[in-house]
Design a protein around this ligand. Structure first.
Ligand SMILES: Nc1ncnc2c1ncn2[C@@H]1O[C@H](COP(=O)(O)OP(=O)(O)O)[C@@H](O)[C@H]1O
Ligand SMILES: [Mg+2]
Length: 447
């Protein structure tokens, strides 16, 4: 009997391994090396988590000190500078991220974020890859001068005396946003106020702004997360940005579900009940729908459960928008890629197609936000860290929901030019929402 033979072989193997622990160790090492060298996406994400080094509070504190030193020397500015550096209204709690990621610092915000209240918030800033903050701002100033007045030598300029017209800064912003998002300002719209905030006009009345201001503005505008959160602020898809000091900005506290942030969420004792997971999934689907139907639809190219956070009011927000792009920017990224196969055209979770004749990626994305959410957030359990939000649904909907999630994650279609894509439709999204609501009603009638 094949079953008995298999058992026999397994038994022999096991006794062999217990007799010789060295064999076991070698075997484990071999498996480890295979996993380590694998380029499979799930293994990669797991490996990243295993080797990630947590940030250090001392480094975060000294970064805040550096920002404040620049402010004291009037070399940078922003509405956050007074409360952060002088009034001591922003109290450091801890740094949150891994060493290679952005700076993310948890703070208590006293009276500045919400009037008369102390609320949690996060300070965020792109990592400078070893450069000092002073150098970083100098570089931003230099870049700006090359764009605005290429004939002027930026090294000879006085930061406080040299002025840039707000008009040229506005034109530069308009071109930038147009390139990135196909964004056209409305006739009455003041782009500088939209990016900098309401105090712009107050601080810089008149046609000129000094270089210390302009370079802070530029260093902020160049951070994708800051820019996209400001430009699409009214859509309420990203955490609100309260204010900034230099290139460091203060964002609304919207932490992800703690247990979903774990390496193996399903093993966590805090893994949420079906009710909370289904409600979260419904909110994520609503967010995806909003992103797709915006005037400038946005592509979430780095999607995972810890990137969906909650505001104190319980609304879901996408908290890591560094790799969120509008059509224009993503098309540019994709079409600039050289390729031999479709795999070379992947930009994080945004998949593309390779035109083997030209050796260039086609500029169009071949999957969509819903597909990635189904594949990476809803489906599971797998080897991957995170994911598996819709694992083990209640019996009444289990079969159809699991089948629909699988279809949403994997179904492939081919267009007339032979390009394969994975783009589940709006109808799939609505069906997913319906099944999830059904599962909640089912739960309610049972209890
Ligand atoms: N607005 C926020 N509120 C609360 N926690 C946040 C917020 N933004 C980020 N975090 C925490 O910091 C982590 C890293 O932030 P993220 O923006 O994803 O940085 P990175 O770009 O380095 O991945 C998140 O997974 C989350 O735990
Ligand atoms: Mg992140």
């Amino acid at each position: 009997m094949p079953g008995a033979r298999l058992k026999h072989i397994m038994f022999n193997w096991r006794s062999e391994l217990t007799k010789r622990p060295k064999v076991l160790i070698v075997l484990l090492i071999i498996i480890g090396v295979i996993l380590w060298c694998s380029s499979h996406e799930k293994v990669l994400s797991l490996r990243e988590r295993l080797i990630a080094v947590p940030c250090e509070n001392t480094e975060s504190k000294s970064l805040i000190e550096d920002v404040c030193k620049l402010y004291e020397r009037r070399e940078t500015m922003g509405e956050l500078c007074e409360p952060l550096c002088r009034k001591q209204n922003i109290h450091f709690s801890q740094c949150l991220n891994y060493k290679r990621g952005k700076h993310v610092i948890s703070v208590q915000c006293q009276g500045h974020c919400v009037e008369k209240k102390t609320v949690p918030a996060v300070l965020k800033m792109a990592r400078l890859n070893g450069a000092h903050l002073t150098k970083h701002l100098q570089e931003a100033g230099r870049e700006l001068m090359i764009k605005i007045s290429p004939k002027v030598d930026p090294n000879t300029l006085d930061l406080h005396e040299y002025s840039i017209t707000s008009e040229s800064l506005s034109v530069l912003t308009s071109n930038y946003l147009n390139d990135e998002y196909g964004y056209f300002a409305r006739e009455d719209q003041d782009l500088l106020s939209m990016v900098w905030g309401e105090d712009y006009a107050e601080m810089f009345r008149g046609p000129h702004t000094n270089l210390a201001f302009a370079r802070t503005y530029w260093a902020l505008l160049k951070q994708n997360e800051f820019r996209i959160s400001r430009v699409f602020g009214e859509w309420e898809v990203f955490p609100k940005i309260y204010s900034f000091c230099g290139p460091m900005y203060l964002a609304q506290h919207s932490p992800p579900f703690k247990s979903l942030d774990a390496l193996f969420p399903f093993l966590s004792s805090e893994f949420p009940s079906w009710k909370s997971r289904a409600q979260l999934a419904i909110q994520i689907l609503e967010l995806v729908q909003r992103m797709d139907t915006m005037e400038h639809p946005l592509h979430l190219c780095d999607t995972k459960s810890p990137h969906f956070g909650f505001t104190p009011q319980g609304q879901v927000r996408f908290i890591d928008s560094d790799t969120v792009f509008a059509d224009e920017a993503l098309s540019r990224i994709m079409s600039s890629q050289v390729c031999g196969s479709d795999e070379d055209c992947m930009f994080y979770d945004c998949e593309g197609s390779c035109n083997v004749q030209t050796g260039k990626c086609v500029e169009m994305r071949t999957n969509n936000n819903l597909q990635v959410v189904c594949a990476k957030v809803f489906r599971g359990p797998t080897l991957a860290a995170y994911g598996g939000l819709l694992t083990s649904p209640p019996k009444a909907v289990a079969a159809k929901l699991t089948a629909l999630v699988a279809e949403c994650a994997t179904e492939t279609t081919k267009d007339i030019s032979g390009i394969q894509s994975r783009k589940p439709s709006q109808d799939t999204l609505l069906r997913l929402q319906r099944y999830l609501l059904e599962s909640l009603n089912e739960n309610r009638t049972k209890h």
